[in-house]
Write a new protein. Structure first.
Length: 207
């Protein structure tokens, strides 16, 4: 695929990203909840796989395979819980929200948005992984090595991934969701600072 086709077919739609950015700007940077469900006969009040269940039908502006936002997923999981991959396999296809099993006890209670500096992201990664949003428009051909091939003068945030650490040179180590056949066994290393917009909108579970 060309870069334009890849962006259109694989990554988040720009109008959804704009909507999420507006919502993020107008909301508090720190969120918390006590979780719990209000009705036992609603499928949205049980654990599920996020792609299927964080959707407009359940009150979120996310749209499954066509785009979502980490804060929406955190809010959903804090209210309804999240199950294991074994109980609800990821199949890389948008399906209806289908609950299997019961809550496995994982409900994040609070999270925070990380300030958009390299030092703040490094400090956060010293404690746990961080959900980040990046411009992955040029990632389709990545195989290995430290990547700096994004157009830094025109960052288009369009993909949510998980930053898991950084090396001694300050390169970001990021886990992608495209399988182990992509990149370095499913991971990519991004060069330091705000490469591919990695410092833009970062969320970390704190409890």
């Amino acid at each position: 695929m060309t870069e334009e086709e890849f962006v259109e077919k694989v990554l988040m739609k720009s109008h959804l990203v704009d909507l999420h950015i507006q919502q993020a700007a107008s909301s508090n940077s720190t969120s918390s909840t006590t979780g719990g469900s209000s009705s036992s006969n609603s499928t949205s009040n049980n654990t599920a796989q996020l792609v299927d269940c964080v959707n407009q039908a359940n009150g979120y502006s996310s749209n499954g395979c066509n785009g979502g936002w980490p804060a929406s997923c955190l809010d959903y999981a804090s209210k309804f819980g999240i199950t294991t991959l074994q109980n609800y396999p990821y199949v890389a296809v948008q399906k209806s929200c289908n609950v299997t099993g019961t809550n496995n006890g994982f409900k994040p209670k609070s999270w925070q948005q990380i300030p958009n500096t390299s030092k703040d992201l490094q400090n956060a990664l010293n404690n746990s992984p961080v959900s980040v949003v990046v411009d992955a428009s040029t990632w389709s051909n990545y195989r290995s090595g430290v990547y700096n091939g994004c157009n830094q003068t025109n960052i288009r945030l369009n993909h949510a991934v998980l930053a898991i650490g950084y090396d001694q040179l300050g390169n970001w180590i990021v886990k992608n969701s495209w399988g182990t056949g992509w990149g370095e066994q499913g991971y990519i290393r991004l060069s330091p600072n705000n490469t591919c917009g990695i410092l833009s909108y970062n969320y970390q579970i704190t409890a």
